[in-house]
Design a protein around this ligand. Structure first.
Ligand SMILES: NC(=O)c1ccc[n+]([C@@H]2O[C@H](COP(=O)([O-])OP(=O)(O)OC[C@H]3O[C@@H](n4cnc5c(N)ncnc54)[C@H](O)[C@@H]3O)[C@@H](O)[C@H]2O)c1
Length: 313
């Protein structure tokens, strides 16, 4: 049994990770300022300790990390648009807070920090299949800030000997994902529209693709990373489903009539090359897209449409 700190444990992904750690018999300490996190996401369990603090307060982070065996650092302000409008605030939440976590982890003798990075570090690339050895090309303060966090992890491993690993997530979806606000995924928008009996709104021609990754696969990647003997020196790994779906596919899987709106400026395709995670932590995604959507439809009380073969592949 270990004591793990989960920053952002009241968030979408963090709350699933907390559940999984408890399930494995660990003790968990959550640090969250509840800016986007929700109390109702935290399981009521004697082995969870909730510290309501802001990571921008270094003393609070230092005291919260005392005695921890490992830290999963998920807390962030994860919104591209918000970061464009509020570069200073998001810089503090996404970079300064990460430095606080790393320095406090060093002071507390924490064995390993697993950092939640983002595929947004890639930005525009010449090929849609994204590999970790490509030169990052962030196109928003958020993408840059998440990338700087990775580099800080690497430098702390180099200079202070603390073990760090960065996981670049691709479009995470699943139960409890945000259904409002700036970081809402197309899946959540379609579910909300379908539930309300509205037409699904597709921007552009719907052929743009995303590598949608189920939250339970992201959680498993975190847990494998914390214990894998092959990592700890600031390695960066893609955590994506490794196949991509068009927005039209998503609309078919959710079901109901659609309408098309003018296109937005956004990358046309994202697709993770997940070879490195397979090699280093033995991780492969296990939740098929159709099953992930089916589960969400059922959770929302929406009739599951006859899936097309395209959606099933
Ligand atoms: N959801 C995705 O598709 C996705 C994709 C790539 C990367 N990520 C990364 O994964 C992590 C988790 O994302 P999520 O979708 O669960 O986000 P989320 O917004 O649901 O969770 C973030 C949590 O951090 C907390 N928080 C924010 N700033 C804080 C601060 N200064 N001090 C303390 N707590 C703070 C929030 O209250 C919230 O509970 C983030 O680091 C994000 O950048 C997410």
């Amino acid at each position: 049994m270990s004591l793990y700190v989960v920053t952002g444990g009241a968030g979408f992904i963090g709350s699933h990770l907390v559940e999984a750690l408890l399930h494995e018999g660990h003790r968990v300490r959550i640090i969250d300022n509840f800016s986007t996190g929700k109390r109702e996401r935290i399981p009521g369990n004697a082995d969870v300790d909730v510290v309501e603090q802001d990571l921008r307060d270094f003393d609070a982070v230092r005291s919260a990390l005392r005695g921890a065996d490992g830290v999963f650092h998920l807390a962030a302000l994860p919104s591209v648009q918000y970061s464009i409008e509020h570069p200073r605030e998001t810089n503090a939440a996404n970079i300064t807070a990460t430095v606080h976590v790393l320095e406090a982890a060093r002071d507390a003798g924490v064995r390993r920090v697993v950092y939640s990075a983002s595929s947004s570090a890639y930005g525009d690339q010449p090929s849609p299949q994204l590999r970790e050895d490509m030169k990052p090309n962030p196109m928003s303060p958020y993408g840059l800030q998440k990338y700087v966090g990775e580099e800080y992890c690497k430098v702390f491993s180099l200079c202070h000997g603390i073990q760090t690993v960065s996981l670049r997530y691709f479009n995470v979806y699943g139960p409890r994902m945000a259904d409002e606000g700036a970081y809402v995924t197309v899946i959540a928008i379609f579910l909300r529209q379908r539930k309300a009996g509205e037409v699904l709104t597709i921007t552009g021609d719907g052929t743009q693709t995303r590598d949608f990754t189920h939250v339970r696969d992201v959680v498993r990647a975190n847990m494998l990373t914390m214990v894998s003997p092959k990592v700890g020196k600031g390695e960066v790994m893609n955590i994506g489903a490794g196949n991509n779906r068009s927005v039209n596919d998503v609309a078919r899987a959710v079901g109901g009539p659609v309408t098309y709106l003018p296109a937005r400026i956004e990358p046309h395709d994202t697709l993770a090359d997940i070879t490195r995670a397979q090699e280093l932590i033995g991780w492969v995604p296990t939740v098929a897209f159709v099953d992930g959507i089916r589960e969400l439809l059922t959770l929302h009380g929406i009739a599951v449409p006859e899936m097309t073969e395209t959606a099933r592949v």
